[in-house]
Design a binder for this molecule. Structure first.
Ligand SMILES: [Fe+2]
Ligand SMILES: [Fe+2]
Length: 296
């Protein structure tokens, strides 16, 4: 059974440079998925991503509009990414044999809301229309390829506490800040094919008001794994002064009618030479037995 190794970049916010490219050359994942908030609309990160010599798929986040309500900056980012950007669309990576479908680009979470920049770039549309675009892209994918949904904010339904994968943590009253159109799309797609993995960012791991760290992964009764990759900042150093680079890392196995299964998922912090210095294991499947993941 084929196993794909997927490196996931959560919310770089500018923390992306030649050291990441050198690291990826050493680590050689089968594909790289980037969940958005590349920077604040500047061209440097999209240009770097285009230079990578491996399969890449990317979705843009709310910060990628550059606080430019005209939509001009957002359009420039979309153009700069070219075929890498899969917002509301399908990007089939061949090799390694992976169907990536993007959620609604530019989202800031909170159910369903289109910012002025998004309205300017894409025009108005309803929650149902957004969900249908995602669904149609997924149903256009080769059914023999495992399907990954790549979104900036995760779907609603993953919990309403501040520390949940998409829980609002910046006000006293926590709530589910996930995207309802993405949740609807997942339900619609499931009627036709499996959704083994949904990766997203936006809801940064460190909670506001000094409340610790967010729960970053969960699974539901249908076997979908949800992974929040937004470790921000993703460039840092440890107590010994060693430089660290964060990637979320997923091993996805299988294809065909069952549509793939996440075998292992973790957060990894690498040294610049490619050494794995720290790892937080989120999920490990071993035959029928498992795992350390909480249910949604
Ligand atoms: Fe972010
Ligand atoms: Fe964001």
């Amino acid at each position: 059974m084929p196993v794909l190794s997927l490196a996931v970049v959560g919310d770089p916010h500018g923390a992306w440079d030649a050291s990441d490219h050198a690291l990826l050359e050493r680590l050689a994942p089968d594909a790289l998925l980037v969940v958005g908030d590349l920077s604040d609309g500047r061209p440097r990160v999209p240009a770097l991503l285009r230079k990578l010599d491996l399969p890449v798929a990317c979705i843009l986040g709310n910060h990628d509009t550059g606080r430019d309500a005209s939509g001009h900056t957002l359009r420039r980012q979309i153009e700069a990414l070219g075929p890498l950007h899969c917002g509301w669309g399908l990007r089939q990576l061949l090799p390694p044999g992976l169907a990536v479908v993007g959620g609604r680009p530019g989202t800031a979470g909170g159910g369903f809301h289109l910012s002025p920049a998004m309205l300017a770039a894409y025009g108005p549309l309803s929650l149902q229309e957004s969900a249908d675009r995602i669904t149609q892209a997924a149903l256009a994918a080769d059914p023999d390829l495992p399907l990954v949904l790549l979104a900036h904010c995760g779907p609603s339904g993953l919990g309403s506490q501040a520390a949940d994968p998409c829980g609002r943590d910046w006000t006293k009253t926590a709530c589910d800040w996930g995207d309802q159109d993405l949740a609807l799309a997942i339900r619609q797609i499931r009627g036709r094919r499996a959704v083994p993995l949904v990766v997203f960012g936006h809801m940064h791991h460190g909670l506001k008001r000094g409340s610790g760290l967010r729960r970053t992964a969960c699974s539901d009764r249908d076997g979908t794994v949800y992974l929040n990759a937004a470790c921000v900042p993703r460039h840092g150093h440890d107590g010994a002064g060693r430089e660290l680079r964060h990637f979320s890392w997923v091993e996805l196995e299988g294809d065909g009618p069952e549509g793939g299964r996440v075998r292992r998922a973790s957060h990894r912090w690498y040294g610049l030479g490619g050494e794995l210095l720290y790892e937080e294991l989120l999920l490990q499947q071993a035959g029928a037995a498992t795992q350390s993941l909480t249910a949604c």
